[in-house]
Design a protein around this ligand. Structure first.
Ligand SMILES: Nc1ncnc2c1ncn2[C@@H]1O[C@H](COP(=O)(O)OP(=O)(O)OP(=O)(O)O)[C@@H](O)[C@H]1O
Ligand SMILES: [Mg+2]
Length: 175
């Protein structure tokens, strides 16, 4: 399988949000986005950008995902936002029936995606966040499946002029 990767660093929360927004604009429905990375590394910040790219109205963000495991927002597509931080692997995870969301045609974005290994999702966009310094984060997009590879190619071409401070990137395609 081809794994296409895109590495980028952001120097502000706005730049991270702009990347989410750029990806959000590309989505067609049914995509799975798996976010991993330490506490405070910018996952939720990225999801806010994703919601903007999906034209979710700001007043839809009534509840903090910190206090609920699964939130659904309506934009030009439905966005399902899952945060697995507090979910134990095993029965508690299975009770969420995430596979039904994944098959629903909604865009599904999952924080702490690495906790999901039991579900066996094969095609998804992985996004790994790393804290570099107070205002800087390193993001690594990894496409699993061709549809996600196309998104990575499009992310390279996306106009991130509006993203504020520098967004630098490198590209690595390995067959
Ligand atoms: N370049 C950056 N990108 C994203 N967030 C940044 C950046 N620089 C600083 N921040 C700050 O880091 C914090 C990121 O918080 P966020 O809730 O998005 O993290 P998270 O990965 O979702 O954490 P958790 O695992 O607790 O859910 C915010 O307070 C944000 O303002
Ligand atoms: Mg979060």
């Amino acid at each position: 399988m081809n794994t296409h990767e895109y590495h980028v660093t952001t120097d502000s929360p706005e730049a991270t949000r702009a990347l989410g927004r750029a990806l959000g604009r590309m989505l067609r429905g049914g995509e799975i986005l798996g976010l991993s990375g330490d506490l405070g590394s910018g996952k939720t910040c990225f999801v806010h950008g994703l919601a903007e790219g999906l034209e979710v109205g700001r007043n839809s963000w009534v509840r903090s995902p910190t206090f609920t495991l699964i939130n659904e927002y309506q934009g030009r597509l439905s966005l399902v936002h899952v945060d697995l931080f507090r979910v134990a692997q095993g029965p508690e995870m299975e009770d969420l029936h995430l596979e039904e969301y994944f098959a629903s045609g909604c865009v599904c974005v999952v924080e702490w995606f690495e906790r999901l290994d039991a579900v066996g999702v094969e095609e998804f966009m992985g996004v790994t966040f790393r804290y570099v310094s107070e205002e800087r984060r390193a993001l690594r997009f990894a496409a699993h499946g061709t549809r996600y590879g196309e998104m990575i190619a499009a992310l390279h071409g996306a106009d991130l002029e509006t993203s504020g401070p520098r967004v630098s990137s490198t590209r690595r395609d390995d067959g």
